[in-house]
Design a protein around this ligand. Sequence first.
Ligand code: FMN
Length: 201
Amino acid sequence: MDATALLALMQTRRSVRRYSERPVSQTALGRLFEAARWAPSAHNRQPWRFAALVEPEPRLRLAEAMGARFRRDLLADGLAPDEVERQVARSVARIGGAPAVIVVFLSMADMNRYPDVRRQSLEREMAAQSVALAVQNMLLMAHAQGLGMCWMCAPLFCPDVVRETLGLPPDWEAQALLTVGYPAEARSKDRAPLEAKVRWF
Ligand SMILES: Cc1cc2nc3c(=O)[nH]c(=O)nc-3n(C[C@H](O)[C@H](O)[C@H](O)COP(=O)(O)O)c2cc1C
């Protein structure tokens, strides 16, 4: 394994929010799931679950259902109706218009169960950490294939809407949504220097 190439892959990956019309093949999507499968996870329980939305109809249906909840939340925040509609339309366009969408879930079905809230909540945290690692594998694999992706946190705010709209099992807790497609934008981002983040002992 070439460490320089791996680092370059990590450094050049960006969140991509605009995509070309080019469709994403099942083979390319399959590689993303294979990358996810090999992520480390707490007790190797693999608490990730995924819904691949490759057809336009379920993508739009989900985008609109989530948009309805988003609208309700923003109106309850007291935002002006025009601004609410602008934000909802943007969200629906991003999700409904992406060439492919992967919804990421966490399932506690195979995780340990504890009688006390403290350990149970830590177990859940471990599951969430594991799911995030699976997503990072997917983000890097997407980039390695010339695809762009963006993590959207929206489903975290309406897990019931996502589960009901897609008709998924009750233990599938929505965590994130990944838009996928071939990039139609080039972005640059920097990172804070390591000095502020690492302490050596
Ligand atoms: C937990 C998490 C939640 C995120 N939520 C959103 C989101 O809702 N919408 C969005 O456009 N980007 C979202 N992002 C992408 C970040 O904005 C992006 O990773 C960050 O700005 C760094 O940019 P880069 O990925 O291009 O390096 C999210 C990323 C993470 C890890």
